[in-house]
Design a protein around this ligand. Structure first.
Ligand code: GZL
Length: 336
């Protein structure tokens, strides 16, 4: 509990002004050991590191920022020959892309697995081909962790706990009825954020009356929220697993003639610019950040893997959290 208290204490203790500084540094690489793009400089040799990257899709503002970070860092100037593909949130497209990169004989494979399961076969093929694999953003649920070298990403359970703890601090004792907009079914962030939030609110009088996937998109978040508003007339709180679904919920709540952030409170995760703007405008009440700027960490780990150096199996990306006041201060310096 001490750690979580520390996390919450730190966040609570960070004044809006101090958040401005932190907000600015959230444009920095995701973890302190990366030195930004300078750490991604080529190894000095002439050879470029060929890396095949399979991206989940382009479903959210977070994904766009994550893609930008990867493409801005894994450049020829920094010593990389990047092959990049967008799987449109379909696992079969990711597996197909990874197989084509294996065929090409790239030096390194990297991907953000759209869901946790179903990867062992293609990862075994990469291992047999002697091609190391780096996971970014989302984890795989595999018995054999020798199938990948390193996993770089946030702690989604902690993100859910941070969101749930804030909800308990603000709304316990009010008999709040909550609906949940889940991320993509079977994805690590959806599974873990749900788990973390549920743990944090257990024992409180916040009651989860419904929960459904909005697949991390604004459109589907709006559609699901429209359904909830037709089904229930006493919703007090929405927990959305990402900003984009929260922004869709805002549209549905306003179309129903209610005021988001007041009549129905909203808590989300990501802290992308559109979400932070809605938070600053009072339409969202709290956002836990999920830093998408994973490019520099990926570049650093790829260089080490190719050089045969030992790499950490798990690199946890630090996340902050923002209330409405902190968002107003942080917005001008947000890079995503
Ligand atoms: C989290 C990432 C999630 C974001 C969503 O690391 O996988 O996917 O929270 C995105 O916005 O679609």
């Amino acid at each position: 509990m001490a750690r979580k208290m520390w996390m919450r204490g730190t966040i609570a203790a960070v004044s809006a002004a101090a958040m401005l500084a932190l907000g600015a540094c959230s444009s920095e690489p995701a973890s302190e050991e990366s030195g930004g793009s300078e750490s991604a400089e080529g190894s000095g040799g002439d050879e470029l590191i060929s890396i095949g990257f399979s991206q989940v899709g382009a479903e959210s503002g977070w994904r766009a920022a994550n893609t930008q970070s990867i493409q801005d860092t894994l450049t020829e100037e920094n010593g990389f020959d990047l092959s990049f593909s967008d799987a449109q949130q379909k696992q079969e497209n990711q597996i197909q892309a990874l197989r084509s990169y294996i065929q090409q004989g790239v030096d390194v494979l990297a991907f953000s697995p759209v869901v946790e399961t179903g990867w062992d076969a293609v990862l075994e093929e990469a291992k047999s081909a002697g091609i190391p694999v780096i996971l970014t953003d989302r984890a795989v649920d595999s018995e054999d962790d020798t199938l990948y070298e390193s996993f770089i990403g946030s702690d989604f359970v902690l993100e859910g706990e941070m969101a749930g703890e804030w909800a308990v601090e603000q709304y316990d004792g009010e008999g709040y009825k909550m609906v949940e907009l889940q991320g993509t079914t079977g994805s690590a962030p959806a599974i873990d954020r749900k788990e973390g939030f549920g743990t944090a609110i257990s024992g409180s009088d916040i009651e989860v009356i419904d929960s459904q996937t909005g697949n991390f998109t604004r459109t589907e978040g709006k559609q699901v929220m429209e359904g909830f508003l037709q089904k229930y007339d006493d919703i007090d709180l929405v927990f959305a697993h990402n900003d984009d679904m929260g922004l869709g919920a805002i549209e549905a709540i306003e179309a129903a003639g209610m005021t988001p952030g007041e009549d129905i409170k909203i808590i989300t995760i990501d802290a992308v610019k559109d979400g932070m703007q809605a938070l600053a405008d009072g339409k969202i009440n709290y956002i836990v950040e999920c830093n998408p700027l994973l490019g520099p960490d990926l570049a650093e780990i790829a260089q080490k893997v190719v050089a045969g150096e030992e790499v950490e199996k798990r690199i946890v990306v630090e996340d902050l959290a923002f209330d409405q006041e902190a968002a107003v201060e942080a917005l001008p310096d947000r890079q995503y």
